[in-house]
Design a protein around this ligand. Structure first.
Ligand SMILES: C[S@@+](CC[C@H](N)C(=O)[O-])C[C@H]1O[C@@H](n2cnc3c(N)ncnc32)[C@H](O)[C@@H]1O
Length: 271
């Protein structure tokens, strides 16, 4: 394992000089040079930030790939688009609240095969989007190319991602139930911090209700993460203006087993 080699390679792929990377990380140019030449290693606290700036994952920096093939990779490898190509209805709510009178900066977290990111980019937003699934991101890039949309897609894990710039709109659908209880506060604190004033966070998460049984097809990774409590997502945003805080129960028939889900939906504005 040579983290310096990974940093050098990914820095060059990102078109950054050693000096530019050093400035983004608040370290000296000599420090970056030493890492890349194998004379020293970055501090452990700096690793997630390096991964974010280089638009990669901490696993990739360590050249560790045991977790890189996700359950979603299997789904996304099939022909067609697993989630279809119709944009999420929340995209229309974004357009109503923040019409693209200028290229508002959007971050789509867990963008899957990219349908929503591409839709928003085609409607005039400046979109950055990532997903833990490499297969999903490759499909998303193809979708954008085929439709002539410009989206900054990259592969990353929300659990170790820290934004490196501010956004006007942070959007994530169907992803937060993968965030373990212990990381939720820290991750959401960063999303709030990196949202511009009057910017919005548009999020949803599956929540547990005592009267709804767990779906029969929940994935292994989902089972390992503590279920979100009803209202938990809203409580993280108590000091923002709520445009929407709904809890919905809906029918689902995934894998042929009729069951129900409960989901909390939040649209909150930083004021
Ligand atoms: C239910 S899909 C939703 C995809 C997309 N947001 C949509 O609505 O079409 C969940 C997505 O979250 C991604 N995901 C799961 N865990 C993740 C993580 N830790 N970091 C980033 N993405 C993750 C999966 O790869 C998958 O694409």
């Amino acid at each position: 394992m040579n983290i310096g080699k990974q940093i050098a390679e990914k820095r060059k792929n990102s078109g950054l000089t050693q000096q530019a990377l050093a400035e983004k990380l608040n370290v000296s140019f000599q420090a970056v040079s030493k890492w890349e030449n194998g004379f020293s290693c970055p501090d452990i606290e700096l690793i997630p930030k390096i991964a974010t700036v280089l638009k990669t994952t901490t696993d990739a920096l360590f050249d560790y790939s045991a977790h890189s093939f996700t359950e979603y990779d299997v789904r996304y490898e099939k022909d067609g688009y697993f989630w279809g190509l119709q944009p999420n209805s929340l995209c229309y709510e974004i357009m109503k609240l923040k019409p693209p009178v200028k290229p508002y900066r959007v971050l789509d977290i867990g963008c899957g095969e990219g349908k929503d990111a591409v839709f928003l980019a085609r409607n005039g937003y400046s979109v950055t989007a990532f997903d833990v699934s490499v297969v999903g991101i490759n499909k998303a890039k193809n979708l954008a190319d085929n439709l002539g949309a410009n989206v900054d897609f990259f592969n990353a894990d929300i659990r170790d991602y820290v934004p490196d710039t501010n956004y006007d709109i942070i959007f994530s659908s169907g992803v937060f139930h993968y965030i373990p209880l212990s990381s939720r506060g820290k991750i959401i604190k960063n999303l709030k911090k990196y949202t511009n004033l009057n910017g919005i966070n548009v999020l949803n998460v599956f929540v547990k209700k005592p009267f709804i049984e767990a779906p029969p097809d929940s994935e292994d990774s989902e089972k390992k993460v503590e279920a979100w409590k009803s209202g938990e997502l809203f409580s993280f945003y108590h000091n923002w203006l709520f445009h929407r805080n709904d809890e919905i129960i809906f029918d689902c028939n995934s894998n042929g087993f009729p069951h129900k889900h409960c989901m909390d939906i939040l649209i909150a504005e930083k004021i």
